[in-house]
Design a protein around this ligand. Sequence first.
Ligand code: ATP
Ligand code: MG
Length: 230
Amino acid sequence: VLPPVKGQIVFDDVEFAYEEGHPILQNFQLRLPCNQTTALVGSSGSGKSTIAYLIARLYDVQRGDIYIDSYPLTEVTVKSLRQQMGIVSQDVILLNGTIRENIAYGRPQATEDEIKAAAHAANAHEFISAFPMGYDTPIGERGVKLSGGQKQRLSIARAFLTNPRILILDEATAALDTESEQHIQHALSVLLPGRTCLVIAHRLSTIQNADQIVVLEHGQIVELGNHENL
Ligand code: ATP
Ligand code: MG
């Protein structure tokens, strides 16, 4: 079981391949400093999502190891790892349930006040309240269809509620309308500080605000720095 961590993540000489395929990562080294935001950029297929999946242990590496503080990921339970980790993307809001259930997914015992506070922080309260059924509105296949920006904000609300040490953010590639964009931008500027964040970044503003920028090509880091020196 993983004890509460500070949240540094280190890829130490990692090799990884999917199934029988050729290696996606080889001799891969990367450090995500504690409480800093690392933006991951690179062309499609360069391995960005793969790196995120490995941190969440959706797959295990074939060689080397990934450390969270001093703990190798392979020696802790997946459950205890994910309890300290949040994932923000448009795809994680998939449950057929109510908006409330979706926000409280990682913390079903959360109180109504906590859920609303998280929705406020994510700039989601306003659009939720505009539905006739409010937080009881069913979403997903059998409920209302949410826009990409709305799904992203629910996902951000979920992260505020669970308050994880480590946050993985998979930014939407699709352009959002300006208002959604501003809402999300503001919510993230509150959510990200004080945690270790890995952002698969598509927006220039995220890249500019990151502490560290990693440029990936074919599973290799081709540039590493910050917005001033890249
Ligand atoms: P994008 O910007 O399009 O999301 P990405 O940088 O996230 O791309 P990955 O999804 O990490 O790229 O993919 C890296 C490589 O791994 C690609 O060659 C891809 O085809 C391969 N790959 C990704 N997922 C799988 C999988 N589940 N099984 C086999 N190969 C995969
Ligand atoms: Mg990807």
